[in-house]
Unconditional design. Sequence first.
Length: 263
Amino acid sequence: MATVTEEMVETYRRDGVVLVKGLWADWVEMLRAGVARNMASPTQEMPTLKPGEAGRFFDDYCNWTRIPEFAAVIRQSAAVEVAAALMGSERVQLFHDHVLVKEPATTKPTPWHTDGPYYFVEGRQVVSFWSPLDPVKQASLRCVAGSHRWPKDVLQTRWMAETNFYPGEHDYIPVPDPEAEGMDIREWEMEPGDAVAFHFRTLHGTRGNHAATRRRAFSLRLVGEDARYVERPGPTSPPFPGHGMMPGERLREDWFPVLRGGV
């Protein structure tokens, strides 16, 4: 079972990213079964490759209500307690799950981006877990340490169309090139069930999968006490149409269950 040390908490709050060894080590086979079920019957699969680009990148989210393996891992694993410790929040609420599978020879990298501006929730107490279900050496998540504390969010783009997601470029920082700019990039060789915990505002991306084996990953997004609904100047991802929430409200609990500290 994964444990959280004071050093890990300090690292997460300072750098916006930390490795959690073995978070789902006891749940790998269940998550693999859930991913197989998801891939056999996707609901919101997003296009990620242009015609002619090599490989296949499966990308689907918000399936925990219909995939029992995901629901069990969310509610029964140590993830909620680990999230509470890292966020410094007694309250932990589910935002959504996310499956990302890069098949062999899917050489296109996932572009550098931050998730926060695509979401309709803001707060300091937020965390994503990204966990490979296969050993990874070069297709691991890459995060820029400290980027969650940048004064502005990174400009959102549509990866397929390569256009801006929202208007108002002056409100955002242009997407940087972390390698060219010598930024502090954190990445790890990981075993199945290890997890990278990162803040919604942390800049991240992945390399292409040049290996001869697939790279399955399960991601879980959770929010804490100070997280609130915000309106964006355009559609959000995930969209959750018809949610009916107002700015400043907590996420509605019938759609986004409170997993810990429900008072």
